[in-house]
Design a protein around this ligand. Structure first.
Ligand code: TXA
Ligand code: MG
Length: 336
């Protein structure tokens, strides 16, 4: 049975108690809903992998109420502290060397010498993390390889009965995951996953970032880069100017009403990338459900601009469109 908790004092206190007792609690952040467990308890962390059906080789992000709590677990350079000051609380995850006294279990960090840490924005998440008083490991609260949830109903669609509770803090403001920045080699900051903080904003502070495409060994370190990820049931076709009549259209920008598509979900009529990011996963989910019910052939996606949050949106859509890995060998589909 999965408890549905409101974001009241009692709801938050119950969620924190469940986490401390080793339970699984999904909670809202500004990006997507996370499936939380006490990162210091390997058994609790193991339950995350079980509930998500997730391959064991994925390291998890540890979440904290504030930067001080995060920096007890990792080594923070002056650049790290500047980034934390500029972007926390917010949609930025930093991969850093684990501190000597790091209490996060090896399972949560997948045995790596680095740890991904993040301080999410939002009063409910902050209160939950403060009351739990431990690092909280939390991947997105969907079954592995599927669309990330941006509200509590999506979480229950994915994980009802498999987790102890969901703490409902309403829809996520950003709706797409955090940017993951690897700072474990201080002189070579590397973008592992585009996300809620734009590359432009990061480069203003860090200088030019290495990008995964130019750093081939980033892929195994960051399994969020597995190609077929965020996959809806229907096939996805990208950069489509003219959709077919038997496709559902994920649109971007103003439409002139001439599209032959069987149905349409507009990410942003006004062409606003923040709005589009916030509506992306809901749109994929809605078109997938309705399109499947109407036996459509697939989802066609209009071109998305390649700047600001557009990069993160393109990244997720590319994964949604990628060939699906065979379950026997989920690694075969990682980016080069
Ligand atoms: O917005 C988010 O980041 C959401 C919310 C819940 O906070 N969480 C999330 O977690 O997206 P997840 O597990 O779906 O993605 C974590 C990403 C993966 O790409 C993983 O490979 C990478 O972070 N990651 C975690 N630890 C890492 C490490 N030590 N080194 C390199 N990459 C790491
Ligand atoms: Mg995920």
């Amino acid at each position: 049975m999965t408890l549905r908790l409101d974001s009241t004092e009692t709801g938050i206190a119950t969620a924190a108690r469940l986490l401390r007792e080793g339970g699984l609690v999904a909670f809202g952040t500004e990006t997507v809903y996370g499936l939380g467990a006490d990162a210091t308890q390997p058994q609790a962390v193991a339950r995350i992998f079980e509930a998500k059906n997730r391959p064991r080789f994925n390291p998890l992000i540890s979440h904290f109420a504030d930067a001080d709590a995060a920096f007890e677990q990792v080594e923070a350079s002056p650049l790290t502290r500047r980034l934390a000051e500029a972007f926390w609380p917010g949609p930025l995850t930093l991969v850093l060397p684990r501190a000597a006294g790091c209490t996060v279990s090896d399972l949560a960090a997948d045995g790596l010498s680095t740890l991904a840490v993040r301080v999410p924005r939002g009063d409910v998440a902050a209160a939950l993390l403060r009351q739990t008083g431990r690092p909280v490991a939390a991947p997105s609260a969907n079954r592995s390889g599927r669309i990330s949830p941006s509200n509590a109903a999506h979480v229950l669609e994915e994980l009802d009965g498999r987790i102890d509770a969901v703490l409902d803090s309403g829809p996520c403001a950003i709706g797409l995951e955090s940017t993951v920045l690897d700072l474990s080699q201080p002189d070579r900051p590397c973008l592992l996953r585009p996300g809620g903080v734009t590359v432009e904003a990061l480069e203003a502070l860090c200088g030019p970032l290495l990008r995964p495409a130019t750093q081939s060994d980033a892929a195994p370190l960051s399994p969020g880069r597995m190609l077929s990820h965020y996959a809806p049931g229907l096939p996805v076709r990208l950069d489509v100017h003219t959709p077919r009549a038997d496709e559902a259209l994920l649109a971007f920008g103003p439409q002139d009403g001439s599209s032959p598509a069987a149905m349409l979900w507009n990410l942003s009529e006004s062409g606003n990338l923040e709005e589009a990011a916030a509506r992306l996963f809901s749109g994929l989910r809605a078109l997938d459900h309705a399109g499947t019910a109407r036996h459509l052939r697939g989802i066609a996606v209009q071109p998305i601009p390649a700047h600001g949050l557009g990069l993160a949106i393109q990244d997720r859509l590319t994964r949604a469109a990628a060939p699906r890995p065979s379950s026997a060998n989920p690694k075969e589909n990682t980016l080069p």
